[in-house]
Design a protein around this ligand. Structure first.
Ligand SMILES: Nc1ncnc2c1ncn2[C@@H]1O[C@H](COP(=O)(O)OP(=O)(O)OP(=O)(O)O)[C@@H](O)[C@H]1O
Length: 594
C-alpha cells in the first residue's frame, strides 16, 4: 500500500505541476517521457526479466501507431476504441515475433527481431498506398472528452495515468509467481521447465507484454500528433528502446522510469543539434554497457545500500526465515500408486551409433528408495532424462500413476508429481535460495495471469501460502540461514542441497536425483544419506543415480544396474552386490579372473 500511495502521490504532484506549465516544449517533453516509459516498462519484462533480446521494438511501435491511424481515418472507428484495438493489433504482432524465440536464442533471436523491425520499416516506407509512405497518414483522430480534443496538458495527464497503471500492474506481476518464472527463463530454460514453468508460454507472454506497451506508446504518439509517417519507424527507435532499459537498469522495477526520464531529458537538451543525437545515444549505450552493467537503478541501489537506506535481501514477501516447523508439504498419494508409481517399458534411445538405452524396463514402487547404478556412460542420466521429458525415447512407454507421460513436456511431467535434480547443477544462481525454492512451488500455485496482474487477494494468498511451505522446506533441509543469500554464492555442497530443496518444493510423488553426492565430502555425503531417508519417510519415492556405493547400499530398498544401455540386474542391495554380471560390469573382467 505504501508503494501505491507513494506512486499515486508522485503522479498527482507531476500532474498538478504540468497544469502550471505554459511552455508547449516542456509539456511535450513530459509527454514523451511517458511514451518512452511505456515502451521501456514492457521491454524490461522481455529483456530484463525473461532475458529475450529484441531489436525490433520499432516494428511494434509502428503496429500501434498505424493501427490507430488506419482505424480512425479509413474505417471511422472512434479514437478511444481505436486505441484499445491498436493494443490488440500490437499483441498479435507480439505473438508473431515470439514464434522464432521458440527455436532460436541469444544473438540469433536478436537478429530475427531485427529483421522483423526492418520488414515493418520497409513496409510502411514502400507501401504508400496503405501507409502513405514518407507522406504518411494525416488527420488521425486525437483522444477527446465529450468531442473536445485533448489539450497538451491533458495528454500529459493521460500519459501519466497510463504510466502509473502500467507500473503498478507490472509490479504486481513481476514480484510474484510470474516474475520468478520470467527470471528462470533467463537463467536456465531446462531447469525452468523442470520446476514446472511452461517455457514457451512464458516467452510468448513476455513478448506480448512488450508488444502491447510499445504499441500503446506508438498509438499515443500518432493520436497526439494526429499524423504518422515512416520517418518515425526506424532502427534507431529500436535501439533507443533497448537503451532506455539498459541505461535505466535492466531487470529493475525502477529502471524504465530512470531510463526514460534521463534519456528523454538529455534528448531534449541536445534537440537543437539533431546530428549529435545518435552520437549521444551511441555513447550512452557504450557507457551503460561498460560502466553500469546494472544501469542507473544499480548505481542508485548500491548508493542507498551504502547509506543504509531501505532494506536489502529479504523482500516484503519474506517473513523471518526458519520460523516454520521442519516438515515437507506433500500431496496425497493416489490409490493407483499401490500398483507401482512409475513404469518404464522397453525404453530405447540411440544417439547415432551410441545406444544409451536398449529395451530398459523398470517398475518404481511407491515409498521406496530406488538406486540406479552402473559404470560411466552406462546410460543412467539418459534414462532419467527420458522419464522427465528432456529427451524423447525412440521407442517405449513411460507410465506414471496410470497416465502415459512418454511424450509429455518437461513442465507437464513436473505437474504430475515428478521432480528432479541435475548431474551438473542447474540452479538459478543470481536468485536467492528462497526464490530458487519458491520457483519449485511454481506448478503448485493456482494464481493465474489476471489475478497476479491485478494483485487480487487470491494472488497474495497463494504467495503467502507458497512462502510458508518454502520456509518449511528450508528448515527441513537445513537451509533457513542461507535463505536470502544468492544461490550461486553458497559452497558447492549447499548448492546441491538448494537444488534438492527446489525439487521438493514441487511437492513431488517421485524424486529423481542425478548424482546428488557428486563433489560432497564424506561428512556431507553421510548427511545427505540421512536427509534422503527422512524424505522417503515423508512418503516421497526416490530414484537415485549414484556412484557412491556406500551411500547406495546403506539407504536403498531396491537397486537397478545399467551397463551399455541395458539393465543387467536389479533387486535388493545385497543381492545386486553379489551378482556376477554387476561385478563384471564394474571390474571390467570376469569374476573368476578378478
Ligand atoms: N545428447 C547426447 N548426444 C549424444 N550422445 C549422448 C547424449 N547424451 C548422452 N550421450 C551419450 O550416451 C552415453 C550415455 O550417457 P549418460 O550420460 O546417460 O551416461 P551415465 O551412465 O549417466 O554416465 P555418467 O555416470 O558418467 O554420468 C554416453 O556415451 C554419452 O556420451
Amino acid at each position: 500500500m505504501r508503494h501505491i500511495i507513494g506512486s499515486v502521490a508522485l503522479v498527482a504532484v507531476l500532474a498538478a505541476a504540468a497544469s502550471f506549465i505554459q511552455n508547449e516544449f516542456y509539456l511535450r517533453t513530459l509527454f514523451m517521457i511517458c511514451v518512452y516509459f511505456l515502451c521501456a516498462a514492457g521491454m524490461n519484462v522481455l529483456l530484463g526479466f525473461a532475458g529475450q533480446k529484441s531489436l525490433g521494438q520499432a516494428g511494434l511501435f509502428a503496429a500501434g501507431a498505424y493501427a490507430v491511424a488506419l482505424l480512425t481515418t479509413r474505417y471511422e472507428v472512434g479514437p478511444w476504441i481505436a486505441l484499445v484495438l491498436a493494443c490488440a493489433v500490437s499483441a498479435f504482432f507480439g505473438i508473431l515475433i515470439a514464434v522464432p524465440s521458440l527455436r532460436v536464442r541469444g544473438p540469433s533471436l536478436a537478429m530475427v527481431t531485427l529483421a522483423f523491425g526492418i520488414v515493418i520499416e520497409k513496409l510502411v516506407t514502400e507501401g504508400s498506398e496503405v501507409f502513405g509512405g514518407a507522406m504518411g497518414i494525416y488527420a488521425i483522430q486525437p483522444l477527446h472528452i465529450g468531442g473536445v480534443p485533448f489539450t497538451m496538458v491533458q495528454w500529459v495527464w493521460f500519459g501519466l495515468l497510463l504510466c502509473l497503471v502500467t507500473h503498478l500492474l507490472l509490479r504486481n506481476l513481476l514480484r510474484g509467481r510470474y516474475g520468478r518464472a520470467f527470471l528462470s527463463l533467463q537463467a536456465d530454460e531446462i531447469a525452468a521447465g523442470a520446476v514446472g514453468v511452461a517455457v514457451y508460454r512464458y516467452k510468448v507472454l513476455a513478448f506480448v507484454i512488450a508488444a502491447v506497451t510499445c504499441g500503446l506508446a506508438g498509438a499515443l504518439v500518432a493520436q497526439q500528433n494526429q499524423y504518422i509517417n515512416s520517418d518515425f519507424i526506424n532502427f534507431h527507435l529500436s535501439v533507443f528502446i533497448l537503451l532506455l532499459v539498459l541505461f535505466g537498469g535492466s531487470g529493475s522495477l525502477y529502471g524504465p522510469l530512470l531510463g526514460s526520464v534521463t534519456l528523454v531529458i538529455i534528448g531534449a537538451l541536445v534537440a537543437r543539434w539533431t546530428w549529435i543525437e545518435h552520437f549521444v545515444n551511441g555513447a550512452l549505450l557504450l557507457f551503460a554497457l561498460y560502466a553500469m552493467p546494472k544501469g542507473l537503478a544499480g548505481v542508485f541501489g548500491s548508493l542507498f545500500r551504502k547509506l543504509g537506506v531501505g532494506s536489502h535481501g529479504a523482500s516484503a514477501l519474506s517473513p523471518g526465515a526458519g520460523r516454520a516447523a521442519p516438515r515437507l508439504p506433500t500431496r496425497a498419494v493416489p490409490k493407483s500408486a499401490s500398483a507401482g508409481l512409475l513404469s518404464a517399458e522397453a525404453l530405447n534411445k540411440a544417439f547415432g551409433g551410441v545406444v544409451p538405452a536398449k529395451d530398459v524396463s523398470v517398475l518404481l514402487t511407491e515409498g521406496h528408495i530406488h538406486a540406479l547404478i552402473g559404470p560411466n556412460g552406462a546410460g543412467k542420466s539418459t534414462f532419467i532424462n527420458m522419464l522427465t521429458g528432456i529427451i524423447q525415447p525412440d521407442r517405449g512407454k513411460v507410465t506414471f500413476l496410470g497416465s502415459d507421460i512418454t511424450r509429455q513436456t518437461v513442465h507437464d511431467i513436473c505437474r504430475h508429481g515428478v521432480a528432479r535434480t541435475f548431474q551438473n547443477l542447474r540452479l538459478f544462481k543470481d536468485l536467492s535460495v528462497r526464490e530458487n525454492v519458491l520457483l519449485g512451488q511454481h506448478s503448485r500455485m493456482r494464481n493465474g495471469f489476471l489475478s497476479s496482474l491485478l494483485g487480487l487477494p487470491k494472488a497474495w494468498r497463494e504467495e503467502a501460502k507458497a512462502l510458508e511451505k518454502v520456509n518449511g522446506i528450508l528448515a527441513f533441509t537445513g537451509l533457513s540461514q542461507y535463505a536470502d543469500a544468492p544461490a550461486g554464492s553458497l559452497a558447492y555442497g549447499l548448492q546441491r542441497r538448494v537444488e534438492l530443496a527446489r525439487a521438493l518444493a514441487s511437492e513431488p510423488l517421485l524424486l529423481l536425483l542425478d548424482e546428488p553426492a557428486a563433489g560432497l565430502n564424506p561428512q556431507e555425503t553421510a548427511e545427505l544419506g540421512q536427509l534422503l531417508v527422512r524424505i522417503r519417510d515423508e512418503g516421497i519415492t526416490i530414484l537415485l543415480i549414484e556412484h557412491h556405493m556406500d551411500l547406495v547400499m546403506s539407504i536403498s530398498d531396491h537397486v537397478i544396474v545399467l551397463d551399455y544401455g541395458q539393465k543387467i540386474a536389479e533387486g535388493a542391495p545385497s543381492k545386486v552386490q553379489a551378482d556376477p554380471r554387476v561385478m563384471e560390469a564394474y571390474l571390467g573382467t570376469t569374476v573368476e579372473a578378478a
